[in-house]
Write a protein that binds this ligand. Sequence first.
Ligand SMILES: C[C@](O)(CO)[C@H](O)COP(=O)(O)OP(=O)(O)OC[C@H]1O[C@@H](n2ccc(N)nc2=O)[C@H](O)[C@@H]1O
Ligand SMILES: Nc1ncnc2c1ncn2[C@@H]1O[C@H](COP(=O)(O)OP(=O)(O)OP(=O)(O)O)[C@@H](O)[C@H]1O
Length: 289
Amino acid sequence: MKLLVKAPAKINLSLDVLSKRADGYHDVRMIMTTIDLADRIELTELSEDRIEIVSHNRYVPDDQRNLAYQAAKLIKERYRVDKGVSIAIEKTIPVAAGLAGGSSDAAATLRGLNQLWKLGLSVDELAEIGAEIGSDVSFCVYGGTAIATGRGERIEHIPAPPPCWVILAKPKIGVSTADVYRNLKVDRIQHPNVDDMIQSIREGDYDGICSSVGNVLEEVTFRMHPEVQHIKEQMKRFGADAVLMSGSGPTVFGLVRYDSRMQRIYNGLKGFCEHVYAVRMLGEREKLE
Ligand SMILES: C[C@](O)(CO)[C@H](O)COP(=O)(O)OP(=O)(O)OC[C@H]1O[C@@H](n2ccc(N)nc2=O)[C@H](O)[C@@H]1O
Ligand SMILES: Nc1ncnc2c1ncn2[C@@H]1O[C@H](COP(=O)(O)OP(=O)(O)OP(=O)(O)O)[C@@H](O)[C@H]1O
């Protein structure tokens, strides 16, 4: 039997860090939302009892380092499943980009295997298992729009923001999330107003959303890679309504309401940046299987 599962990327509309914890992680408060840029995961039952990763992207590991592999291993051991699975990953989300590509692949694998192996787990149970793989995996299990707290694994759903274009531009570098958090000076943070963002989303206030975007990891990544800041400045200059780096970067996204302006910004960025995408905000929790 085969099953196709969609694994959408996320952006952080707001990302605040509250403190550094004793376990090395940081307590965060962030607003995450899914966008219409997705990997496709194909799960195929194997007659032998093993987990196989098939990917034609040279940046994606095809062994136990793959987060989808870790998801399958965890669920297989926990529920004593003695069947094997081949996980084919068709990558569209750029790798190490701040868009939770690996986390979303892991989340899609959890959702898919729950069906394929008829485990009967609830989505909350899958999100709890996901948290053991990575901080972004719980959100990716649900999708939609949410306030994420703790180290990112505590999820409170909120309504979708009003629909708009999301233009993404990724410079040709990968960023290590651990390095960015390590270089953050927690006592010198200028906190974004996460509450204003939540209120604007609840009120469907597009302008309010645009004026309350903020990400405390931006300045850390900008210091490490000035070209990321350059992309942000260009996207602003081309006329995006709001511009922010997603997660730990290096992808920068711009929010744009009107099609004509989206096209102009897209073309402008394409002039000097190889990886540019224009996609719609998804925002609503959809059935991701
Ligand atoms: C930057 C974000 O993507 C924003 O959504 C997340 O906060 C990071 O999520 P992630 O990539 O799933 O992160 P994990 O794989 O759990 O952690 C990678 C590394 O980032 C650091 N880390 C991550 C999350 C967090 N709340 N505090 C941290 O300090 C830790 O050093 C950790 O070893
Ligand atoms: N399924 C996967 N797809 C992509 N990368 C993966 C996957 N599994 C493991 N990895 C590894 O994880 C690293 C980070 O990749 P990923 O695309 O998940 O980063 P990210 O988008 O920055 O994540 P986040 O936004 O959650 O911090 C890669 O360098 C790669 O080696």
